[in-house]
Write a protein that binds this ligand. Sequence first.
Ligand SMILES: *Cc1c(COP(=O)(O)O)cnc(C)c1O
Length: 408
Amino acid sequence: MAGVTAETTSTRSQELIDLEERWGAPNYHPLPVVVERAEGVWLYDVDGNRYLDCLSAYSAVNQGHAHPRILQTMVEQAHRVTLTSRAFRNDQLPLFYQELATLCGMEMVLPMNTGAEAVETAIKAARRYGYELKGIEQDRAEIIVCENNFHGRTTTIVGFSSDEAYREGFGPFTPGFVTIPFGDIEALRSAINPNTCGFLFEPIQCEAGINIPADGYVREALELCRRENVLSIADEIQTGLGRTGKLFACDHEDSRPDLYVLGKALSGGFYPVSAVVGPRRVLELFRPGSHGSTYGGNPLGCAVARSALAVLQDEGLVKRSAELGEWLLGKLRDELHHPAIKDIRGRGMLIGIELDVPARPFCEALQERRVLCKETHDHVIRFAPPLVVEREDLEFAIEQVREVFATA
Ligand SMILES: *Cc1c(COP(=O)(O)O)cnc(C)c1O
């Protein structure tokens, strides 16, 4: 299969790629497309080619690129005030708290910027909970995590990753984490002991390859945590806010964790905004001096996030994700038949095509056909277009995927 080679890359984009490689740390391996503009579901490269975005910046732009309403909020707020730090109060933060907590059916919010910071915040919350409410002896608290997890890139978080590429050369790592297989309720049961303060999990493992646990797993895990007085922490940074056809992936099992960890689509792709959302009895354990961030809770981010949440609700994007996602999954299953395809699975607009060969060449071939996907975990092609996508656009994508498999 032909990849994208130098002859299909223009001089202009090649110059920019060369500059990037020359001056930037090589911690990513992006597709060779240089985007200069985006609108809705479309990305435009420096040569004026138009691509259908089927990644949505890892589900950060569920609302579509440059959503006009969020854009307007951002510009207006930028003219008023962008950053106060938490040394002072601002007029956006309280409304952001109220609106996000209400949407989540929770009592309190703690705002940060990136997803990894929100995960770190949840880890701190779980440990405080362990010491102050559960009476765990000092420095003995344990948090249970799952194999093949992805929770971000800080040293603490990569320390409990099972992916050697994330960890190699970055130790020594933070102790206090116990790893169990994902989707195994008995493993969770036997890992819990009196020192367990939290269970951190993704309701669907996205980076690991769209791993969907068996029906009932999330509900049983959350019930078990409740019985055992263990704080359940759902990392819904990627699965949350409509991506899987429900507001949260946990909603598929009508269950609610103690803490939601949110990021990505919380700001519709405009600005880094993340948050931990949960009950008062846990989040009130943070007191002045115990945690913070210069930009966390800034008025620009809060205004943008309020707008991004309003768009999600006012445009019915969650329902849209469920309906279009089900249709897309059905179409892909009906129309794609190739010996390299092991499985096609998904929930809402989060769909993975698992191959028994590397997925990268397929993503490169799709790029040539103006559809941008990114492989995850080497063997899975992920489809996660913005939730504002139209059926005709998905038909275009399906046609390109079919062609790529027909010639592979
Ligand atoms: C993206 C992601 C993170 C990390 O978010 P960053 O903003 O990149 O730090 C954590 N958990 C999950 C499930 C994610 O998808």
